[in-house]
Design a protein around this ligand. Structure first.
Ligand SMILES: Cc1cc2nc3c(=O)[nH]c(=O)nc-3n(C[C@H](O)[C@H](O)[C@H](O)COP(=O)(O)OP(=O)(O)OC[C@H]3O[C@@H](n4cnc5c(N)ncnc54)[C@H](O)[C@@H]3O)c2cc1C
Length: 379
């Protein structure tokens, strides 16, 4: 097994590291405090190719490999998990669905904008009654001649106010259960869409999360992505990539909290010596470092499994489960080892702790990841 990064992977990691240090770090705390979408970062991120992972060169994508994408996400999340979340929605959820399932005209029209960041996409699966049980879709798409009429409400939609298009999962035939769910592309100028106010979240405040409702929203048959009834399998296949992306976000958060804590415990003097000189503190740091390294192995393994081209559902779920729980553990210890300072906004660890918690919830909770992994190991 080769643990060395290629020259291209190293270049991409270092390029993102430099960009986040110069352009994202100065606003990371501010966008969290002000609950503000970082509009100023979108064009520069597009220019660097950060929305072009997983998209073909023909549409402006970078065609860099999956591990490069994981490395870029990790670097971004070290400094701003909200930026990494915007990147993830674009590169691992909406862009790939358009690329794989839209017709040529739509791809040529939308994908260059996805890559540049001018067209932000939104993944609309969750509903008030369909969270972990995503198969319980209540949104309907009723065929009328060569159109579909969509009605229903989606919840928790990332970047909904900024969205140029929405990938909407809806029931086309309830009698068929999950095989009656289809996917649709609904563009922002389509009449019948309304966006709710952003949720007041615990963290990831630079990324807006809103409800999106569809009321007699008419789309052409050509807006259907994939075959009728293929929607649920498109959603699940896409979420494998999404979970890999979430695991890299969690890894970045955890690494950042560990780095900050090593620095702080070496500098903070109590009882006449740095607090890091105490064995009790060292053992906490060791446990944190071990969890970060184990998470990294699982994230990179999932990236390698995706690159190999086969099924990587189990690897993605294991990476997401472990890395997200590690991020929560490591950030909580980071706050603890910063003492009172950890509980203030003077240091980034309290933000990291709030950001980490989301990684255990979105794109399938830890309990859902356990269900997925159990199904695979018991098969
Ligand atoms: C900030 C944020 C951004 C999001 N972005 C998007 C997005 O862009 N698009 C989108 O479609 N969705 C998005 N989501 C939704 C997210 O994927 C859901 O919140 C998640 O899937 C959980 O669904 P729920 O909140 O309804 O929880 P519920 O399904 O109500 O679950 C509540 C609790 O019960 C547990 N539970 C449920 N069923 C079982 C079971 N059978 N066994 C054991 N435990 C169980 C869960 O694990 C959880 O702990 C986002 C959510 C958040 C918070």
């Amino acid at each position: 097994m080769n643990f060395e990064l290629t020259e291209e992977q190293t270049l991409i990691r270092d390029m993102v590291r430099e960009f986040v240090e110069n352009d994202v770090k100065p606003i990371a705390g501010e966008i969290d405090k002000e609950h503000r979408f970082p509009s100023e970062s979108i064009a520069p991120m597009g220019e660097l190719g950060l929305f072009g992972f997983n998209i073909d060169e023909a549409y402006g994508g970078s065609e860099a490999d999956v591990l490069s994408y994981a490395l870029a996400t990790e670097e971004m999340a070290k400094v701003s998990a909200a930026h990494a979340m915007i990147m993830g929605s674009q590169c691992s959820l909406t862009g790939p669905i358009i690329q794989k399932y839209a017709n040529e005209e739509t791809k040529a029209r939308l994908l260059p904008g996805v890559v540049s960041g001018e067209k932000i996409g939104c993944f609309c699966l969750s509903e008030p009654g369909a969270g972990c049980d995503a198969a319980g879709q209540q949104t309907t798409a009723v065929r009328q001649g060569d159109s579909y009429v969509i009605n229903g409400s989606k919840l928790w939609i990332t970047a909904a106010p900024q969205g140029a298009f929405y990938i909407v999962f809806a029931m086309t035939d309830k009698s068929k259960g999950v095989k009656g769910i289809s996917a649709f592309l609904v563009e922002r100028d389509n009449p019948g869409i309304s966006i709710g106010l952003p949720e007041e979240k615990m963290g990831m405040n630079g990324s807006d999360t809103c409800s999106v409702s569809f009321s007699d929203c008419v789309v052409a048959e050509s807006a259907r992505l994939g075959a009728e009834g293929q929607g649920f399998s498109i959603a699940m296949e896409t979420l494998d990539g999404g979970r890999l992306s979430c695991s890299a976000i969690a890894l970045g958060i955890a690494q950042s909290a560990l780095d900050a804590t090593i620095t702080y415990t070496k500098e903070r003097i109590q009882f006449g010596k740095p607090i890091a000189a105490n064995q009790g503190v060292q053992w906490m740091l060791v446990e944190m470092a071990n969890q970060v390294d184990c998470a990294r192995m699982l994230v990179y393994r999932a990236a390698a499994a995706k690159m190999a081209g086969g099924d990587y559902t189990r690897e993605a779920a294991q990476a997401k489960l472990y890395a997200s729980e590690a991020a929560t553990y490591v950030t909580q210890k980071a706050v603890q080892l910063h003492g009172g300072m950890g509980y203030t906004k003077s240091y980034p660890v309290e933000r990291l702790m709030r950001e980490a918690k989301l990684t255990e919830i979105f794109e399938g909770t830890s309990e859902v990841q356990r269900m997925v992994i159990a199904k695979h190991i018991l098969a």
